[in-house]
Each structure stands twice: as C-alpha cells, then as structure tokens.
Ligand binder design. Sequence first.
Ligand SMILES: NC(=O)c1ccc[n+]([C@@H]2O[C@H](COP(=O)([O-])OP(=O)(O)OC[C@H]3O[C@@H](n4cnc5c(N)ncnc54)[C@H](O)[C@@H]3O)[C@@H](O)[C@H]2O)c1
Length: 295
Amino acid sequence: MDIQRIGIVGCGLMGAGIAQVSAEAGYAVVSKEVDEAFLAKGLARITAQWDKAMAKGKRSAEEVAAFRARLQGSTSWSDLASCDLIIEAVPERLELKLATFAELEKVARPGALLCSNTSSLPITQLGAVLSPGRHAGLAGLHFFNPVPAMPLVEIIRTLATSPTTVQHLRDFIAKVNKTPVLAPDAPGFIVNRLLVPYLLDAARCAEQRLASTEDLDHGMKLGCGHPMGPLHLCDFIGLDTMANVADVMFAAYGEPRFSCPSLVRQMVAAGRLGRKSGMGFYRWEGEQRLEAMPL
Ligand SMILES: NC(=O)c1ccc[n+]([C@@H]2O[C@H](COP(=O)([O-])OP(=O)(O)OC[C@H]3O[C@@H](n4cnc5c(N)ncnc54)[C@H](O)[C@@H]3O)[C@@H](O)[C@H]2O)c1
C-alpha cells in the first residue's frame, strides 16, 4: 500500500501539528474536528505557522499555497473514508478514544492503518472496539509537542500489529522528516514513562513551595542543560493533558510517583490549563510566556 491520504481526528495542539507536517511532506490531509468553530480554530493554528514561515522567508508563497491546497478541513466522519492512514489526536480520555475508534471502524476503508497519538493509553485497549480484521493495521504513533519542531515519533506495536504496518509507519515518519523508536504497549511507552514522574514531581515541589516557579525552572534548565524548565513544559503540554496522563499511569502502575498533585487538579478546575488557555504556571500571550502566576 502506498500511503497518500492522511486523516487526522482532532485539530488541537497535536492534531494541527500532525496535519501541518503531513501536508508539508506532500500528503493529502483531511483534518476532522467536532464542529466548525473548533475546525476554524485548528486550521487557523496551522495557517498561522505557514504565514510565519513565509514572513521569515523560510517558505515561498508557492510552497505555502501547495500546502494549503493539500489540507482539507471537515466535521464529518465520512470524509475519512478514503484515507490510507488515520491518526486520532482527540483529548486523552479513554471513552473519547473508544468512541473515535468505533466511528473509524464504521467509516475507514478496509486495510486503512488506524493510529492513536495517545500519550499513555494502551493501544491494545483502544483496539477493543475494532473488528478482528483491523488489528493488524492498528498501532500507536506518538508525536511530540510541538510537532513541527520535535524530531521523535514513538511507534507502538501491539501483539497484533503486522510488520507491514510498522514498515509503512516507518516510511511515513521518514517522509515527515522524523526519527522513529519502537516502544512497548505499556502506559507512557518510553519517553513519558520517564518524563511524566519528573514533571509531576516538579509540580509537587511547586505545591510544597520548595522554590518559586521561576527558580524551579531555572534550576533544571541551567543546572541540567534542559531546553526548558519542568513547569514551563507542563504549561506547554497542557495541565489538563498532564492530569489525564497521570491518572492513566497511576491506575496502571499504582506508584505514587505517577499520582496527580492536587495543585494540578486545582489549576485545571480554575481553567489554568497552561499556554492554550493563556494561564498556567505562567501567564501567556499567544506563544509568548509572561510572568509566573501566583500559586
Ligand atoms: N499536548 C501534548 O504535549 C501532547 C504530546 C503528545 C501526545 N499528546 C496526545 O495527543 C492527544 C491530543 O492532545 P492535544 O494536546 O492535541 O489536545 P487538545 O485538547 O489540544 O486537542 C484535542 C482536539 O480534539 C478535538 N476533538 C475531540 N473530540 C473529537 C471528535 N470526536 N472528532 C474530532 N475532533 C475531536 C477537540 O475539539 C480538540 O480540538 C492526546 O491523546 C494527548 O495525550 C499530547
């Protein structure tokens, strides 16, 4: 099978990034959202990136016109029927993911590859709503945030994922100019299994007033050579996503290091979701990080 048409369910932080890099790599892309308002917001996120690249002289007007022409927005499941590879990037909640795969079961063409960008949910569990014939084409395809900048994609293989599927995904990842690693189908895969406890610990340190938000971030950035501090990274990922991922991993492993600190839950309840809501550990104006917010 030659992958030509990619369907992406969800045009939020991750879905928009995956749609962007896929269209840039030459694929025809269908980006599916819940309604016109979310779709417009998601597509605007992508076109803003292309406008910025054009303004900086990194992309020509012709290139950007070709990218736009390859990107189709939709609010209808049936528009995914002709896709060769469908990647879901809906919020990290099991019931939403299962409902998504149940819809894909109905509309995806036979033999289409079905992937999840989940950060923590077992792919095998997501496949429970698929018919047996679809399991060979089911895998995890875990991109990192921000998708256009981050070079890694984890491929998560279940016991049923076929070697041909893995090879097709390797080819796709190479075409979007990224590097794959093969990860186990266990919550958190490789990277989040190690990263999430570190980020949750940083939030616990902030909760216990170990140091100021800025000093915690500066400490890890300058002391360990990380590109950004852990609380800054939590804002970047989204506190709601962090809480959902922590809950899945805590349920799976039962270890306190995966438990979600109450500070994170309070922030989510208060709408402090990080960069995407303009408030988290820091105040944000679009992509610009402003001062730390009181805790
Ligand atoms: N945020 C990160 O740093 C990050 C990194 C890697 C993986 N992930 C994973 O990627 C997935 C998406 O996360 P995100 O940060 O992009 O979330 P997000 O909240 O920014 O975007 C999710 C989008 O999905 C849409 N959606 C919900 N139900 C839908 C449906 N039925 N059909 C179409 N669209 C639907 C929502 O409207 C929303 O725009 C999650 O599984 C998350 O764990 C996130």
